[in-house]
Design a protein around this ligand. Structure first.
Ligand SMILES: [Zn+2]
Length: 401
């Protein structure tokens, strides 16, 4: 133990090879005769009693019959990293509960070493995970960072089976090439076994899914349709608000602070927000009409029969087209153009849970919002797999957390 002014600074544990046991070749793991010894190296270990702890060991080199002169296999280490596997696993597990920066601070190490530890953990998990019995996947695009350049979008593939919901793949951009790359990474065995694919109406995705997973029922799910409708209501509100502002300040007040109540489901709006919403509806504003259309569409999801749902869709689209609200008309046109895929929701009914894509999508946002902590895209990708991938974990002899 090293102390300064009576305070413990670090614990150094010096290890010696067992005299009677030969070193093992690091490439084939077979025992081999010794050759020489390298200078001492240090690996950081899990802090004991809050004191930074190090393993010190001078590795042997062995003469393997097959691989020549190589460094021996070191059981607590993986590759050239100066961190023990136990410490990497320890940091990686904490990095799921705390931010990476907080983890680094709590265990007196660097952000970089937390990053490398999570990376190691995730790589191990991805190499050891099993991709079997995947019946339903959701494909989604996620916005990331600032701006709307192609690089600011991610394509994600989730497994959304009732028994297992997890992130399967994430890739940069949202083009056909991205999704093709993702499906290729899952392998033809997985893609050909799919029964349901859930996605938004994003054109590049629609084509790739039709090409590669033609046997699966392609469903446009509720979550995405609802967010298109909400976006349209919000566009109407903004345009109207700007228009009222030019007329009078008082008129514009009507729409102030109404964004959230308008986007929520009616039965979730309470108190003053509810009163404001009622007043808005009574005032016959364009925003109110848009909101009514959006609320009316919720009825669509209650149908059981494809036929009736189709009839309702026709009726709703007609109403929207007559509304003189351009954003609502745009949604109606979009829904009409994708009627078949939209009605697949009823053909798959009961087999796909409506909340699963939404739930995973929200969780992803929590991670990407923290993205300023992740300096690079690569770091964020690793964080996503780490928190949402449900990856298997390397075994450890000691449990520290
Ligand atoms: Zn060997």
């Amino acid at each position: 133990m090293h102390c300064r002014q009576g305070q413990p600074q670090s614990i150094e544990i010096t290890l010696e090879p067992h005299g009677g046991i030969r070193g093992h070749c690091s490439r084939c793991l077979r025992p081999a005769p010794g050759y020489d010894r390298l200078p001492e190296r240090r690996w950081s270990f899990v802090p004991l009693w809050g004191i930074p702890t190090w393993f010190c060991y001078a590795p042997r080199r062995v003469r393997c019959a097959e691989h020549g002169i190589v460094v021996e296999h070191i059981p607590w280490s993986d590759g050239k990293r100066p961190v023990t596997c136990a410490m990497m696993g320890f940091l990686a597990l904490w990095a799921r509960r705390l931010s990476w920066r907080e983890t680094a601070r709590a265990f007196r190490t660097s952000w970089e070493s937390v990053y490398r530890s999570v990376e190691w953990f995730v790589e191990w998990g991805l190499a050891h995970r099993e991709l079997r019995e995947i019946e339903s996947i959701g494909v989604d695009e996620i916005h990331w960072g600032r701006g709307l350049r192609a690089d600011n979008f991610l394509t994600v593939i989730y497994q959304i089976d009732a028994g297992c919901r997890r992130l399967l793949w994430v890739g940069r951009r949202r083009s056909q090439a991205t999704l093709r790359r993702g499906l290729k990474a899952l392998g033809p065995g997985v893609v050909k076994g799919l029964r349901f694919v859930c996605s938004d109406m994003w054109k590049p995705y629609l084509q790739v899914i039709a090409d590669q997973a033609g046997q699966a029922l392609h469903v446009l799910d509720r979550f995405h349709i609802t967010s298109h409708l909400n976006m349209a209501v919000d566009q109407v509100r903004r345009a109207e608000s700007a228009c009222l502002r030019t007329k009078s300040k008082q008129a514009a007040q009507q729409l102030k602070h109404t964004r959230w109540p308008l986007l929520r489901n009616l039965n979730r709006v309470r108190g003053r927000a509810r009163q404001k919403l009622q007043a808005l509806l009574a005032a016959k504003l364009a925003t109110a009409r848009a909101w009514e259309l959006k609320e009316a569409f919720r009825h669509f999801w209650k149908y059981r029969s494809v036929l009736w749902a189709g009839a309702f869709l026709d009726y709703w689209c007609q109403r929207a087209m007559r509304s003189r609200l351009e954003p609502m008309k745009r949604v109606a046109r979009m829904l009409r153009a994708h009627e078949k895929l939209l009605l697949n929701w009823f053909r798959a009914k009961g087999e796909i849970s409506s909340g699963s894509v939404e739930g995973l999508n929200n969780k992803i946002r929590v991670v990407t919002r923290r993205s300023y902590g992740f300096r690079t895209y690569e770091a964020m990708e690793i964080a996503l797999y780490h928190t949402l991938g449900r990856l298997p974990e390397p075994e450890s002899t000691h449990k520290f957390c």
